[in-house]
Design a protein around this ligand. Structure first.
Ligand SMILES: Cc1cc2nc3c(=O)[nH]c(=O)nc-3n(C[C@H](O)[C@H](O)[C@H](O)COP(=O)(O)O)c2cc1C
Length: 280
């Protein structure tokens, strides 16, 4: 089935079979429409130019701000990019991913400790924790949790999205384009919009739960078997959708085997230093 089908029409059994592949489903537990929306998520990389209804951006951001945030520090910000020239420049940074220019809403999610730094300055207080790696990590986690809440809200409204980690190919140029202050870094982008009807949106299944869920202590004993089963499912999925990496194993090796696959992101620590994150 296609996930453009309204989530309310997907049964629990269908949703679990899509997420894990037939035969790989976990035990069926509680169920509702929110869980159906979550389980039928699929990244979409082709969007109609149609504008979003008035107030949609603000609704997505209200959902984002409703996410938990470490100690209520709220160390994230988001930039909605509308300027076509800026979108084109941001697409170029992200290896020319066409959907960045195509989508009606492009969001750049930022780990942002600059607001709290300004608070410290205005109050005449040195925030000793500011330069520490923990502070950056908190900000990046906050940004991710906020963005995922916006994702769930968007998908519940029938919108589709894709994250853009390739924004980090050049965080300094992103910072220059969006005039980000020191202590504020774009950690990923997000395209949001209505999907092109020609785009296939079949759910991409995940590893069996036995590979990622452990009870009381980590246990990788069944991992090879689980990976082999998952490789078969992903290979069938790739074949059906003309994708280049036919197994998950090959995908992981392709993405993690060579530094060149990082598109410059192996320099991230020194880039973060330059952007106002000393990472002590
Ligand atoms: C932080 C993050 C960054 C991502 N960056 C990109 C990206 O730059 N381009 C892209 O096409 N997909 C990107 N994705 C989407 C993943 O490729 C996708 O989530 C994954 O393949 C699983 O597919 P699904 O979301 O359709 O289930 C990103 C996902 C995450 C969470």
């Amino acid at each position: 089935m296609d996930v453009n089908q309204p989530t309310g029409t997907v049964s629990q059994a269908e949703a679990l079979a899509m997420r894990y592949g037939v035969g790989g489903e976990p035990v069926a537990g509680p169920w509702n429409d929110v869980i159906a929306t979550l389980l039928t998520h699929r990244s979409v990389r082709g969007f109609l130019p149609d504008a979003l209804p008035d107030g949609t951006l603000e609704t997505l951001i209200a959902a984002a701000q409703s996410a938990s945030t470490s100690s209520n520090l709220q160390t994230w910000s988001v930039i909605a990019v509308n300027d076509p020239e800026k979108k084109a420049a941001l697409a170029k940074i992200a290896n020319n991913q066409k959907h960045i220019e195509q989508c009606p809403l492009y969001l750049v999610w930022c780990a942002d400790v600059s607001r709290n730094a300004r608070l410290g300055e205005e109050e005449g207080v040195t925030l000793e924790t500011m330069p520490h790696f923990e502070t950056y990590l908190v900000a990046a986690i906050d940004a991710a949790l906020a963005a995922q809440n916006a994702t769930v809200a968007a998908e519940s409204l029938g919108l589709k999205m894709v994250y853009i980690g390739a924004l980090r190919n050049n965080p300094i140029e992103v910072g220059r384009l969006l005039r980000l202050p020191s202590g504020c870094m774009g950690v990923f982008g997000m395209c949001v919009g209505y999907p092109l009807p020609t785009v296939t949106n079949e759910v991409k299944c995940r590893l069996p739960q036995s590979a990622i869920l452990f009870h009381d202590s980590y246990d990788a004993a069944g991992e090879s078997e689980a990976r082999a089963a998952y490789d078969k499912r992903i290979a069938a999925f790739s074949e059906k959708h003309d994708m280049t990496h036919d197994t998950w194993t090959k995908r992981v090796i392709g993405r993690m085997g060579k530094i060149s696959a990082m598109s410059g992101r192996d320099k991230l620590v020194s880039i973060l230093h330059a952007m106002g994150f000393p990472l002590h």
